[in-house]
Write a protein that binds this ligand. Structure first.
Ligand SMILES: [Zn+2]
Length: 472
């Protein structure tokens, strides 16, 4: 069956286990009736870094953040800095006014859903490349909504406003609606993942989806509309913060980091996302134009060992000169290389990933690697590190925080009591609900975009990372 339109509800920060618990208690009657019964409810994996913005990209493009060359909500472009020095094209933070530059920063050849559908609508999402004029319903008001809610902590007001905009936009007969509900994420950051206010936000979103369904019924459109509910990341409670940039400064390395960006002649840069991940960039002795590989880092430095033994950090990753990716955890050290669709993983004595392997090396396919890592501390670690390091804007070192910790302290207001961004299961596992069934079990967020295109009769762009769930 081909659907005439798709409405994608993005419940930012929704966790599959909380959703499941609330479904079982009968607290999400609309999701249960219109999406779960006769449809789909699965836990899938988002993209790394598991954070708002970069992790929306798979749903809008079918590509990973690394493929889109947007490897975090903050990044540093060492090649641009080497050529042009301090300039607003050399670094970025999408938190604040620079959010408007997101669309320009995505790799040129990447197509979004907004350029594929004829009459798409966008609500409260800052990624809208290709959208026709007038169809971005919050182009001018998004910052106002977010600023107002930030000051008043009134995020449920924003979710209600998003719902009204979805219902109003139905009058222009859209074929694709992408709508963001920010309240679960925002209430979690300020309190706890399981705070009653957060749980209420799940129930309220179910009510909002019920309102949209009622509006669709009134028009006689319910059966011809594909309903999809996703999240871009989970969250975990945070008890301790660790500021990577100031830590490097204490070690004597002049470091560039947000919000301390008016600096020159720095030797390092740190860019935090979520706040559970961090890109670390180091100036090579030959200059910023040259990346620092694993071999450079072990020859001259102390950092890899220091980072991997810190309690806040779960995983340290960097590139080798031969194209391999090195992994370091408190358990051990290893490396892997991706070649012709195969992953060749090797480690010394102790497996850093604790995958319970019987040998010191393993060759696996991309799909096998997901099954092998799915229930580990680092789900889909091989594919996710490979995609993020494919971006020239990625750090020389990538840090992923342990649950309970995050990587930003002094410069975060209000203080985050829950975080996301890292490669841990609590952040990577997300819910996927759809009002129809598929042939193949969904696993990664990049597969949702081609699946929606297929279900609505659209051509899937070539060379995307995802694969339709209707292709075995
Ligand atoms: Zn968040």
């Amino acid at each position: 069956m081909t659907f005439k339109r798709c409405i994608l509800f993005l419940a930012d920060g929704a966790r599959p286990d909380v959703l499941c618990q609330e479904l079982n208690r009968g607290n999400l009657p609309n999701l249960a009736r219109y999406l779960v019964e006769g449809g789909t409810f699965e836990t899938i994996l988002t993209a790394f870094p598991s954070t708002t913005g970069p992790a929306y990209l798979p749903y809008l493009t079918g590509c990973y953040p690394g493929t889109c060359n947007v490897p975090g909500i903050r990044w540093f472009d060492r090649a641009h800095y080497a050529r042009h020095g301090w300039s607003f094209k050399s670094f970025r933070s999408y938190v604040g006014l620079e959010t408007t530059l997101f669309n320009r920063d995505i790799k040129e050849e990447i197509q979004t859903a907004f350029s594929i559908y004829k009459n798409p609508v966008n609500i409260l999402n800052n990624i809208f490349r290709g959208i026709p004029a007038g169809n971005n319903k919050t182009q001018h008001s998004r910052i106002w909504y977010i600023y107002y809610a930030h000051l008043t902590d009134h995020w449920s007001f924003v979710d209600s406003a998003v719902t009204k905009k979805i219902i109003n936009s139905l009058d222009q007969d859209p074929d694709f609606i992408f709508a963001v509900f920010p309240s679960i994420d925002e209430y979690s950051h300020r309190s706890s993942v399981f705070n009653p206010r957060v749980i209420q936000a799940y129930r309220d979103i179910d009510g909002h989806i019920g309102e949209v369904i009622a509006a669709l019924k009134k028009k006689g459109w319910l059966e011809e509309t594909l309903l999809v509910v996703v999240s871009d990341h989970g969250l975990s409670d945070t008890h301790t913060h660790f500021d990577v940039g100031p830590y490097l400064e204490e070690k004597g390395m002049k470091t560039f980091f947000y919000t301390q960006i008016f600096k020159r002649n720095f030797k390092g840069a740190t860019m935090v996302s979520g706040n559970g991940m961090c890109h670390v960039y180091l100036k090579h002795p030959d200059g910023w134009q040259r990346p620092c590989y694993y071999e450079d880092l072990t020859e001259n430095g102390f950092l890899l060992e220091e980072f991997r033994n810190r309690p806040e950090i779960g995983l340290v990753a960097c590139r080798g000169v031969d194209g391999s990716i090195h992994l370091l955890t408190s358990r051990g050290q290893g490396k892997f290389k991706v070649n012709n669709g195969k992953i060749d993983y090797q480690f010394d004595r102790y497996d850093p990933l604790n995958l319970c392997l019987k040998t010191y090396s393993l060759i696996m396919t991309i799909e096998e690697s997901l099954d092998i890592t799915l229930n580990s501390h680092f789900p889909d670690v091989f594919v996710q590190l490979d995609q993020i390091f494919s971006s020239p804007r990625s750090g020389d070192i990538i840090l992923s925080a342990n649950p309970g910790y995050d990587l930003r302290k002094r410069y975060e207001h209000p203080e985050h009591k829950a975080s996301h961004g890292s490669l841990c299961p609590e952040h990577m596992k997300t819910p996927f609900l759809m009002s129809t069934r598929m042939i193949r079990k969904p696993k990664r967020s990049v597969d949702i975009f081609p699946t929606i295109l297929e279900l609505t009769g659209k051509k899937i762009p070539p060379s995307i990372d995802g694969r339709s769930l209707f292709i075995l």
